[in-house]
Structures are given as C-alpha cells and as structure tokens.
Design a protein around this ligand. Structure first.
Ligand code: AR6
Length: 178
C-alpha cells in the first residue's frame, strides 16, 4: 500500500480487488454499449447483482468512449458505481491518451456531482482494451493528481491494482511524478 497527500486529499495505491472496496464510489471499466463483459466489469456485475444492469438499462442506452455514467452499487459495499469507458488501444496515436485521461476526468466530475468523498479506480483500459500498463499509469496518475490539485476533492482517490506487476508499475510511475 502506498499513500501520498495531494494538498488536503489522499491518493492511495493498493493491490487488490475493486469489488471489495469500501469507498463511496467504485469505477467500472465498462464498454460503450454498457453490456457486462469480463474483467472488472464482469466481477462488479456478478458480485453486485442484477440491479446494476437494470438501472443501466433504465437510464442509459450507451456511453461514448472517454465518458462516464453512474448507478447504484447493488450488493457491493460502495454506494455508487461510476461506469467509465476507456479507449481500445490501437497504436497510441489515435487519440487514446486524450480519451483515457478524459475517462478518468469525467469519472471524477461525476463523483463531484454526487458529492462523493472517496472513490476507487481500476487501471482503466489495461486489460481487454490492451493499453500498455506504464503509459496508462502515467495518464491515470497525472490526470488524478491534476484534478485533486484543482478541485481539492474527492478527499480520497484509491487505485486498486490487480496483481503485483500492475501495482509495481503504478508505484514506480507515481514516484517519478512526485
Ligand atoms: N479488481 C481490480 N482490477 C481488476 C479486477 C478486479 N476485480 N479484475 C481485473 N482487473 P479490464 P478494460 C484489472 O479488462 O481493459 C470488459 O469486458 C485488469 O488486470 O477489466 O478497460 C468490459 O465489458 C486490468 O489491469 O478493462 C469492456 O468490454 C484492469 O483491471 C472491456 O473489458 C482493466 O481490465 C474493458 O476493458
């Protein structure tokens, strides 16, 4: 676990499972059609139960890449799920960096809109969507740090990294940014 202060806010890195987090919101790595898939998305829907998909279907038809929508969290400990859509990685020159930054930023804006004090993120786009881990970590951390400096909330942002490689990469990148 690594914890740093960004002004009054706390930024944490932990290795673990996003579905277990007790932050007020957790972020899902969703797709544009908001159809439950594998990875984080599969785990969240499986553990959170059917109310999450019912709410998605009732409120939204889709979510463009780089944007985010919000629902309740069913059986999970969190109160909200922010469903963010990261880009599918092609060559790094097709707008992926901007779209990935935008997925983080729009999730944080959603959190502010709902007065969310604490939020957990997975490493968006780094699984099925193929974003190189180190590049994705740079964008994720830079975007969050910039947002916290500017907005002074949410009070806690936690990255929940699946596996040691992902955790270590985020830790190394964070050390270079501080
Ligand atoms: N907790 C935290 N991180 C996890 C967990 C977990 N329980 N499970 C996997 N990861 P992915 P994407 C890590 O594929 O790349 C889905 O089918 C994983 O190791 O979940 O944005 C959706 O429906 C990786 O580092 O999301 C979309 O179609 C990171 O979470 C598509 O995949 C993200 O991997 C989205 O792809």
């Amino acid at each position: 676990m690594k914890k740093v202060k960004i002004g009054e806010c706390v930024l944490e890195l932990v290795q673990g499972d996003i579905t277990e987090q007790d932050t007020e919101a957790i972020v899902n790595a969703a797709n544009e059609r908001l159809i439950p898939g594998g990875g984080v998305d599969g785990a969240i829907h499986k553990k959170g139960g059917p109310s999450i998909l019912e709410e998605l279907r009732a409120k939204y038809t889709h979510c463009p890449t780089g944007q985010a929508v919000i629902t309740g969290a069913g059986n999970l400990k969190a109160k909200y799920i922010i469903h963010a859509v990261g880009p599918i990685y092609k060559d790094g020159k097709s707008g992926e960096p901007e779209l990935l930054a935008s997925a983080y930023k729009n999730s944080l804006l959603k959190a502010l809109e709902y007065n969310v004090d604490s939020i957990s993120f997975p490493a968006l786009s780094t699984g099925a969507y193929g974003y190189p881990l180190k590049d994705a970590a740079q964008i994720a951390l830079k975007t969050v740090i910039e947002f916290l400096k500017e907005n002074k909330k949410p009070k806690l942002v936690r990255f929940v990294l699946w596996g040691e490689e992902s955790y270590k990469t985020f830790e190394e990148v964070l050390n270079t940014l501080l």
